[in-house]
Design a protein around this ligand. Structure first.
Ligand code: 13P
Length: 256
């Protein structure tokens, strides 16, 4: 098994349903590199309508941006992994820094969410990444190691098949400031080394590690050209079909 090249768009809390359907249709019908797995992480309200409108044959997969850690119960306003799995949504994003910050989701809660998502049969795009002060004090690798250790490393090696890791330095999210390709590569290599130490070479080689943080059409090729950067988790630039398709088509290499 080779690790996948992935371009994932995280729409966050953007687009009305009409805008979302138009955007998804434009991405799915575009001339895209078919070696690249395209994922759209759309708002909950858009999952079903977008799924109905986007052709299965387009190969575009959908993701939810969050889920609860319980299967059902008195949790008003929440969405469970079982509900997503019941709709045949394949992926869920867990641990985005915006949810860590605004919804106070900590590593222990995220471990429960990862467990619940996998138990429901979902694949997880797990986000990690450090704030600027942590990077400035050179604690970024240790910080990401803690996040992975506390929320992911309770999984078995075979469960890791269903995990995609997204490294998103908080200082690069929505700021227009991108990690340099060298900074991204340094962290991705460090993450792969953590995977190798914990699970062995096979899991390390087969896990896709995405970079997120101000990925654009103009910088994607250089970022994706790094040997351990297997794609991107893209926020703002995924809201423009043209820009996102440029990003999808920015991979210079085949899956390894
Ligand atoms: P931007 O691409 O807007 O910086 O957002 C990145 C992100 O948070 C993707 O999840």
């Amino acid at each position: 098994m080779a690790r996948k090249l992935i371009a994932a768009g995280n729409w966050k809390m953007n687009t009305t349903i009409d805008e979302g359907i138009t955007l998804a249709q434009r991405v799915s019908s575009a001339d895209r590199n078919k070696n690249v797995l395209t994922i759209l992480a759309v708002p909950f309200t858009h999952l079903f309508p977008v799924m109905k409108k986007v052709k299965i044959s387009s190969g575009v997969k959908l993701a939810a941006q969050n889920c609860h850690h319980k299967t059902s119960g008195a949790f008003t306003g929440e969405i469970s992994p079982a509900m997503l799995a019941g709709m045949k949504i394949p992926y869920v994003v867990i641990g985005h820094s915006e949810r860590r910050e605004y919804n106070h989701e900590d590593n222990a809660l995220l471990a429960l969410k990862v467990r619940a998502a996998l138990d429901a049969g979902l694949k997880v795009i797990f986000c990690c990444g450090e704030a600027l002060d942590i990077r400035k004090s050179r604690g970024h690798v240790a910080h990401v190691k803690n996040q992975l250790t506390d929320s992911l490393f309770m999984l078995s090696a075979s469960e890791m098949k269903n995990i995609v890791i997204a490294y998103e330095p908080i200082w690069a999210i929505g700021t227009g400031e991108t990690a340099t390709p060298a900074q991204a590569q340094e962290m991705h290599l460090a993450i792969r080394e953590m995977l190798r130490k914990k699970y062995g070479k096979r899991v390390a080689d087969n896990t896709s590690i995405l970079y997120g943080g101000s990925v654009k059409g103009s910088n994607a090729a250089e970022l994706f050209g790094q040997p351990d950067v297997d794609g991107g988790l893209v926020g703002g630039a995924s809201l423009s079909a043209d820009e996102f398709v440029t990003i999808i088509n920015s991979f210079g290499r085949k899956a390894v």
